[in-house]
Design a protein. Structure first.
Length: 482
């Protein structure tokens, strides 16, 4: 099952023609609600979206503005009532900054009956969040980040969604570049856009710490994010909002742009869900290049992990990592490959071959800044992460580091070879600003069309998404119904 974004409201604080911006993410493990709008309108929105109170066990409150917070008092009231009536199993977890928690508790005490307030700290539980704080919910790890608002403490968050993808909610203020590490690499960006850029004099978004369709689209384009949802808008143009905003946005952004109406449901999974090393996919070689080694995205290793360069004697550990990642099938093959590529340049590897060392001191990932005949061009070579260390956020820092090494050694451009069956890695390279080489765009056209279908990545705008029968391995296709 793919995850779904259920849009409960799309308006700014003063909107009267639609509800205030809030949403639910519906997963196979349950439902996450984010903000609740400015009042009892949340009851109507949930009812119209066919979401009953017993399904809501996780609620993120981004900040304390009226149009996000006051509906939460109604959520507490309704959930407490359902609990008291025996219609609600388990707990409601509310994630917010401690000032939001204090305000909510005060408001609840002021406005709700004692038997409802009794559920606070009993089965309605607050979790206070800080910058970088992580919480497990719905079987996923959600990471919160301070959006650096100058008005009020406000949090965005990122979370994994179905199909190995990531969703990032920016809250209701424009993106702050200090949050880049959290936002970069997202497949879905949920972003405010108060009005059209063309209407900026009429609606004055900048005075209100908001941005326009143009800026939001430029942001998503610049960060190579394939799917963008815009909301928290004015409501004076609502009858034609979808059409007008989409038209303006398409001039600045060539990913998939969504300008939802209240109660729209957006499928978050993309077209297909494949594993990151999936033999059901048809195999096609892919060659990518990056025209510059400037503007390398920054990415931090998780706590306790560090980088180390090659030291004589590391060969067997390199082979071991490559085997674990299924890049190689045996030690013997590893010895051969090592001899072929590195045998004649082992003395340069202490500046070019990188490892990631885990908290136990084990080498668990590797990549090499390989030197090609053209001295300006480096190759990202033999990238691998041990199977059990995958999914821990090592890939982005590894690629960033190997590009930095290349640049520091005087390289100007980068090149690499990958394939459709490791499409998640290929998507990461696209997110790092790599694009198909001219030769590959021509020769591996079907491969790029497969990547386009799998990722919707804006860098592949020139390729028609492949149909299902092209995406799947030919030997698998035909025998099975799909
Ligand atoms: Zn707002
Ligand atoms: Zn706000």
């Amino acid at each position: 099952m793919t995850d779904r974004l259920i849009v409960l409201g799309t308006g700014n604080a003063n909107a009267t023609r639609c509800y205030n911006t809030c949403f639910a993410i519906d997963t196979e493990n349950g439902l996450l609600l984010c903000d609740a709008g400015g009042g009892s309108g949340i009851l109507r929105q949930l009812e119209d979206a066919s979401i009953t109170w017993d399904r809501i066990h996780h609620l993120i409150v981004t900040h304390a503005h009226t149009d996000h917070l006051l509906g939460v008092v109604w959520v507490i009231r309704m959930v407490a009532t359902w609990m008291n009536n025996g219609k609600y199993d388990g707990e409601l977890h509310i994630y917010c900054h401690h000032t939001v928690r204090d305000g909510l508790i005060q408001m609840a005490k002021l406005t709700l009956q004692k038997k409802m307030i009794d559920r606070l700290d009993d089965r309605i539980l607050f979790h206070t969040i800080t910058d970088g704080h992580k919480e497990q919910m719905l079987g996923r790890e959600v990471t919160f980040f301070d959006i650096r608002s100058t008005k009020m403490k406000q949090y965005g968050f990122t979370m994994p969604i179905a199909g190995g993808r990531t969703l990032c909610c920016l809250g209701d203020e424009p993106y702050n570049p200090e949050c880049r590490a959290y936002v970069e690499g997202a497949d879905w960006l949920l972003c405010e856009a108060f009005c059209l850029y063309g209407d900026r004099d009429r609606f004055k978004p900048y005075e209100k710490h908001h941005s326009t369709v143009k800026e939001a689209c430029e942001l998503a384009q610049g960060l190579h994010i394939p799917n963008l949802v815009l909301w928290h808008t004015e409501d004076k143009t609502i009858a034609r909002r979808k059409q007008l905003y989409t038209a303006e946005g398409s001039a600045y952004y060539n990913g998939r742009l969504f300008v939802p109406d209240d109660l729209d449901v957006i499928e978050l999974g993309g077209m297909l869900n494949f594993d990151n090393h999936d033999s059901r996919l048809r195999f096609v070689d892919l060659l990518l290049e990056r025209d510059t080694l400037d503007n390398i995205p920054s990415a931090q290793l998780p706590e306790g992990y560090s980088f180390a360069f090659y030291r004589p004697g590391d060969r067997d550990q390199w082979i071991d990592i490559e085997c674990s990642a299924r890049e190689l099938s045996s030690f013997e093959q590893g010895v051969k490959v090592w001899q072929e590529y590195y045998g004649s340049c082992e003395n340069a590897l202490d500046k070019r071959m990188l490892f990631i060392v885990n908290p136990k001191g084990e080498k668990v990932a590797t990549a090499t800044a390989y030197q090609l005949d053209d001295p300006d061009m480096g190759q990202v070579h033999w990238v691998a992460i041990r199977r059990e260390e995958q999914g821990k956020g090592l890939a982005r820092p590894l690629i960033a580091k190997v590009l930095e090494v290349m640049r520091d050694l005087g390289g100007k451009r980068a090149f690499l070879h990958t394939q459709t069956t490791t499409w998640v890695a290929c998507r990461l390279y696209l997110q790092f600003g790599f694009h198909p080489t001219a030769e590959s765009a021509e020769k591996h056209r079907d491969g790029w069309r497969i990547m386009r279908a799998l990722t919707d990545h804006p860098a592949l705008d020139g390729f028609e998404p492949a149909e299902m029968d092209t995406v799947l391995n030919q030997s698998d296709f035909g025998g099975k119904s799909c």
